[in-house]
Design a protein around this ligand. Structure first.
Ligand code: FCB
Length: 784
């Protein structure tokens, strides 16, 4: 049995935060926080009504056998104006909570700032004002004066990156500012606040204090596939820059008392450096006893000259944030458990000796509440895989002292409100009833055996239930849907099987009878699509996103008149809630026909005929123009084209981009012989080279054609790239293995797949959806 045991004394617990669970935002003298103003005062109340129900919540934790509970103290509950007048009733609440925890044998870990700044301080400039840092230290002192005799683990701030940049640069979080300068200045003041509060806590005699950072490995798509790779040369700077902004901006000052060299120019350019005073870094860099690590997902980037900065990442110009090609949570966060190991390996190598604690890790998934429980196998799978990664890190020497799961309760997920479900305990926000999900019961077992077992719950299916009850699938479906046509004995047998197996009726079971489908059709409109890789990616990743959103996927082929008719019938009969059609080329009428059914449809690829159906595509025109510009920059003047089927819109666009760029350079485009695969591409290129002996470059509208052109060049005795440069389009895998490796335009396949899924989801939500056109990127290799 491969039980992964954890070290003796390893701390198991959960984390929450004040604003997300307490409610009672106007009770007992609490002042307003920036989140009350930002969320219109509705979001944080009632939340989980933890302010009143904390004894029940502590009892739940005790029943789960938890050793520690990380909660946050609400600054405006303690100091309604942020400074000055102290609200004793607010402090009383934390007093009671701490006593309750201690009586239950649970160690209280207090976080002093989990994003709920008093609005009164925001009115005075908030985190952009240096004074806020000193006020935070005063507040820390106040809280410590009351709780310090019983709380021995303290965290100053939670995730200052999010608070500074999501709060002040993109404005997605409170206080909703949109100023890059404000974000950098706030980040510094938060760090200063951490340092000053640490001093205050030390004066009070605290022996265990630290900060909580959200850390993510920053990787290129290639590194995601193989962690041992170094970032490709062309991407190394982009990776380092995002790492500096997201991770090292906080790690370095806190653990080494300095800002990263490569960060300072970004800050200086945006905000100046006037806010960083002499001596600040000494304060910020005072030793901590414990670093809290929140890990959810990695960040994938690559260089993309000309890309604008991401709103959350001022200073990220020229960086493309890429999708991570893997399953995602309902939040859309890619699930990469080994990313946790990468973070820990890095901390262990770069900051040896630092004591670590996983202070948050967990997942939002759509939960189904049934009479016999909430069988959240996905959440269990998520936590289990992260714990396995953590176990590996412990073997590698990471000094991780505990794991606190996010989160105990379903709660208010900031700007996303109540729809996110991170809890291992379900909360009904109407009745405030708490119910343990299967993940809570599973976590209880992990805690009690101080490790993972072999067993992982499997999702029972309709078939399993049918087999157990010895009936047909249709009978199970009828019972699940409450149909009267089933005999009482059979019904009882089926319900017993459902109960015993913990089966959650899914879309398949429901749709057999009710037609409430929760399912989506992925329709392939040609049997031999150009770009199999793209279609494969869509099938894989779009499916993952849609399944994450609770949709069942049906794959349908529509490559003949008959099969197209059947697809239309299927959709007309409302067997599906939505349709993803790929690729639409040549079948514009099918898209229109499907759209007329009233069921939301989205397309992969711009349709040939202008249409109202939203689509996802890449900028073929700009991609071809970049390829052509590259040839021109390398001094090529006689550039021929080998071209794919011109009825394909993408091919037309690629030709357009190529020709426009040539014309700009005062050159005349040559006629373009056409092919459709490597063989015919080679034919076409041979003809081109024979007709134009002086040709010094070939632009092919696809990689397959370009590979054909490489063969034609070889046969004609032309040396690539010395006397003939060759450039393709698509960046298929083979492009890097040709001789010489092919320069080509990279089309972001997974990004398209994910964008397509998101486009459909927003249409299913009834939102208007505009076409999405993604950038391409020239990858220069040896053929040019
Ligand atoms: C973290 C926050 C926490 C919660 C989780 C999902 O960034 O610290 O409050 O929102 O994400």
């Amino acid at each position: 049995m491969s039980t992964a045991r954890f070290p003796e004394g390893f701390v198991w617990g959960v984390s929450t935060s004040a604003y997300q669970i307490e409610g009672a935002t106007a009770e007992d003298g609490r002042g307003p926080s920036i989140w009350d103003s930002f969320a219109g005062g509705r979001n944080g109340d009632p939340a989980c009504d933890h302010y009143r129900r904390y004894p029940e919540d502590v009892r739940l934790m005790k029943d789960l056998g938890l050793a520690a509970y990380r909660f946050s103290v609400s600054w405006p509950r303690v100091l309604p104006e942020g400074h000055g007048r102290q609200n004793d009733k607010g402090l009383d609440f934390y007093d009671r909570l701490v006593d309750e925890l201690l009586a239950a044998g649970i160690a209280p870990y207090a976080t002093l700032y989990h994003w709920d700044l008093p609005q009164a301080l925001e009115d005075l400039g908030g985190w952009t004002s240096r004074d806020t840092a000193s006020r935070f230290a005063d507040y820390a002192r106040t809280v410590h004066d009351r709780l310090g005799d019983r709380v021995d683990t303290w965290f100053t701030l939670n995730e200052p990156w999010v608070a500074a940049f999501v709060g002040h640069a993109s404005g997605v979080h409170a206080p909703g500012r949109r100023s890059a300068a404000d974000a950098f200045v706030s980040a510094h003041h938060m760090l200063l606040a951490h340092g000053l509060a640490l001093e205050a806590l030390r004066e009070g005699g605290v022996a265990r204090a630290g900060i909580v950072l959200n850390l993510s490995p920053v990787l290129t798509p290639a590194q995601l596939a193989d962690f041992s790779l170094r970032p490709p040369e062309e991407d190394a700077e982009a990776v380092a820059r995002i790492d500096a902004l997201h991770n090292r901006q906080f790690l370095e000052p806190v653990l080494r008392g300095r800002y990263p060299e490569d960060l300072l120019p970004l800050v200086a350019r945006t905000a100046g450096l006037g806010h960083v005073h002499d001596g600040d870094l000494d304060v910020i860099g005072r030793p901590i006893d414990l670093l809290g690590v929140n890990y959810y997902t990695p960040i994938a980037v690559q260089a993309q000259p000309g890309a604008p900065a991401q709103p959350d990442f001022p200073g990220s110009e020229g960086v493309l944030f890429c999708s991570v090609p893997t399953a995602v949570t309902a939040m859309g966060w890619p699930i990469v458990p080994s990313g946790l190991s990468l973070v820990l390996r890095r901390l262990t190598a770069d900051y040896p000796g630092t004591e670590l604690m996983i202070t948050e890790n967990g997942a939002d998934f759509v939960d189904v509440v049934t009479a016999d429980g909430i069988h959240d196998v996905d959440r269990i799978g998520f936590v289990e895989e992260h714990l396995r990664a953590l176990r590996t890190s412990l073997d590698e020497g990471a000094r991780v002292r505990g794991y606190l799961l996010w989160s105990l309760l379903d709660c208010v997920e900031w700007a996303d409100g109540y729809r996110r479900k991170f809890g291992i305990v379900h909360v009904d926000f109407v009745t405030q009833r708490r119910r343990l999900k299967d993940s809570a019961l599973w976590f209880r077992d992990v805690v009690s055996r101080n490790g993972l077992g072999d067993e992982r719950p499997k999702r029972p299916t309709l078939e399993t239930v049918a087999a157990r009850a010895n009936v047909s699938r249709a009978t199970v479906s009828r019972v699940v849907n409450g149909e009267a046509s089933v005999s009482p004995e059979v019904r009882a047998a089926v319900l017993r099987a459902v109960q015993e197996l913990g089966y959650v009726p899914n879309a398949a079971a429901r749709s057999l009878v009710t037609r409430r489908t929760d399912s989506v059709a992925l329709v392939l409109s040609t049997a031999a699509p150009q770009g199999d890789a793209l279609v494969a990616a869509v099938v894989r990743y779009a499916t993952s996103v849609l399944e994450g959103a609770g949709k069942q996927i049906t794959l349908m082929l529509a490559d003949t008149a008959e099969s197209r008719r059947r697809v239309v019938q299927h959709v007309e009969a409302r067997q599906v809630d939505g349709v993803v059609l790929l690729p639409p080329d040549g079948h514009g009428p099918l898209a229109e026909r499907l759209a007329r059914t009233g069921v939301p449809v989205v397309l992969l690829g711009k349709p040939a005929i202008a249409s109202l159906v939203p689509y996802v595509d890449v900028d073929h025109v700009a991609g071809a123009a970049a390829a052509t510009a590259h040839l021109l920059e390398r001094g090529r003047r006689r550039i021929g084209v080998v071209c794919g089927p011109t009825e394909v819109v993408a091919v037309q666009d690629r030709l357009t981009g190529h020709r426009a760029r040539l014309q700009e350079a005062g050159l005349r485009p040559l006629p373009a012989p056409a092919g459709h695969d490597r063989g015919s591409g080679e034919q076409a290129a041979r003809q081109l080279l024979a007709d134009h002996p002086g040709l010094d470059a070939v632009f092919a509208t696809s990689d397959d054609l370009a590979i054909g052109a490489l063969s034609a060049a070889r046969a004609a005795g032309r040396r690539v790239p010395d006397d003939l440069a060759v450039v393709g389009f698509d960046d298929i895998d083979a492009a890097s293995c040709t001789a010489p490796p092919l320069t080509t335009v990279r089309v972001p396949v997974t990004d398209q797949a994910l964008a397509l899924a998101r486009l459909l989801l927003s249409r299913l939500d009834g939102r208007h959806a505009a076409p999405v056109v993604l950038p391409t990127r020239l990858v220069v290799r040896d053929s040019s």
